[in-house]
Design a protein around this ligand. Structure first.
Ligand SMILES: NC(=O)c1ccc[n+]([C@@H]2O[C@H](COP(=O)([O-])OP(=O)(O)OC[C@H]3O[C@@H](n4cnc5c(N)ncnc54)[C@H](OP(=O)(O)O)[C@@H]3O)[C@@H](O)[C@H]2O)c1
Length: 387
């Protein structure tokens, strides 16, 4: 394989191992040429405890080290779940800054792992900045290897709940698609009331991440390149704190209930009713749905992947914790946030830095009904739900 044969080269590796477990010739090539390292590999599993994420912390440190050696910028793809319980702000707004209070995250191991990794990034960034200030050069503190240039900046991109692409295709193993697909065997879906569908189509999230990471703001202009000494690009922040970006849909509509109304009787893009959905469902209180789901799963007839989320949902939708403001346990709106969210429909995420860096984020529209219907159609077809 020639190194630059294609635009994409896949290197099977173990990110938490020294040298990523790569053959020396590949490792050398990697060390020579990085300009941007975007770290998004993570175990998205809401059942795991924080202790299971050790390899991811090691991988994060390794990748920061790789970026440091090559003078590259490093972007860590985090989750809004890392800070969703931040209720300290009187405005109810979550700032584009790193959290120093572990109480800002949720009880899920996954959310905690993102909080910890953000703080690993912040510590690395702080170290780089202080070294730059001292005019030091020499050994890198994280990777332990000599770096070629001054300290590279480290940034965090917090991503909110992602949504299906333009064909309606979503990740079948995610919490919300799993929740919606339970309609096929429970005959019902939970009424989550006016919970906002602040979900971001996946291709827009990818576009925004690229605009932020490559310094291309999406309006044909390029942000001035950030020097390896930690000087700020436009939108990167005005102090030495680690830059944090929020890639999410800021719109609060449509709501969950509006979505259920839409999908329960499939309509065309103008909202005209065409035909009944492939299967019908009742809209019931969340606790009723959770009980019916448990009964179905226990009967052993469904063998559905939602089994792994049952305990999370049961805890969240117990009768004494009825909430109409909470989501389905998905990333960025996970199961425990509702109890402490700053506002009934969840906190507002600051977007100033993000929107300065990304046109895509400036132009985000509310989730459109055509795409919701495409998603519903795909879900029924792909899950074998039509019956
Ligand atoms: N989807 C969302 O709504 C959402 C919201 C907020 C943040 N995020 C973040 O966005 C990123 C991507 O999420 P996703 O939804 O695309 O999740 P996903 O479909 O589960 O993809 C995660 C990817 O990470 C890889 N991975 C996991 N552990 C790894 C390891 N130890 N070494 C190498 N690769 C590893 C997986 O590889 P395999 O397939 O080989 O296992 C998979 O390709 C994650 O960091 C997630 O936390 C996602």
């Amino acid at each position: 394989m020639h190194w630059l044969e294609g635009r994409i080269v896949c290197l099977p590796s173990e990110l938490d191992r020294p040298g990523f477990g790569l053959a020396p010739r590949f490792l050398e090539r990697l060390r020579e040429s990085p300009t941007v390292v975007i770290h998004s590999a993570w175990t998205v599993n809401f059942s795991l405890r924080i202790g299971s994420f050790g390899q991811h912390f090691a991988a994060t440190r390794n990748l920061i080290g790789l970026a440091a050696e090559g003078g590259a910028r490093f972007y860590f793809v985090s989750s809004t779940a890392a800070v969703i319980n931040n209720a300290s702000s009187s405005s109810g707004t979550i700032a584009e800054t790193v959290s120093v209070d572990p109480a800002d995250t949720t009880p899920l191991g996954y959310s905690k792992s993102k909080w910890v990794a953000e703080n690993i990034c912040a510590a690395a960034h702080e170290r780089y900045i202080s070294e730059a200030r001292a005019g030091e050069s020499g050994n890198h503190p994280v990777g332990g290897q000599e770096r070629k240039t001054g300290p590279p900046p480290v940034s965090i991109i917090r991503v909110g709940q992602l949504f299906a692409n333009h064909l309606g295709i979503w990740n079948e193993s995610e919490a919300y698609p799993l929740m919606l697909s339970t309609a096929s065997f429970t005959g019902c879906l939970p009424d989550l009331g006016d919970a906002p569908l602040n979900w971001l189509p996946v291709e827009l999230a990818a576009q925004a991440v690229m605009e932020i990471a490559l310094g291309r703001r999406g309006d044909d202009s390029v942000a001035p390149a950030q020097s390896s000494g930690g000087e700020s690009r436009e939108g990167d922040g005005d102090d030495d704190g680690i830059p944090v970006y929020h890639v999410l849909n800021p719109h609060r509509q449509p709501t969950w209930r509006e979505m259920l109304d839409l999908i329960s009787s499939s309509g065309d893009s103008d909202g005209r009713q065409q035909q009944q959905s492939a299967f019908s469902f009742e809209t019931v209180p969340p606790s009723v749905w959770a009980k019916r789901l448990e009964a179905s799963l226990n009967s052993g007839t469904s063998g559905h992947s939602s089994q792994g989320l049952l305990d999370l949902w049961k805890g969240k939708y117990s009768e004494d914790q009825q909430s109409s403001s909470s989501g389905g346990g998905g990333d960025g709106s996970d199961g425990a946030k509702a109890a402490t969210a700053a506002t009934k429909s969840g906190p507002v995420f600051e977007l100033e830095r993000t929107q300065a860096a990304s046109r895509t984020m400036r132009d985000i529209q509310p989730l459109d009904r055509t795409r919701i219907l495409l998603m519903w159609k795909w879900l029924q077809e792909s899950s074998g739900l039509c019956r």
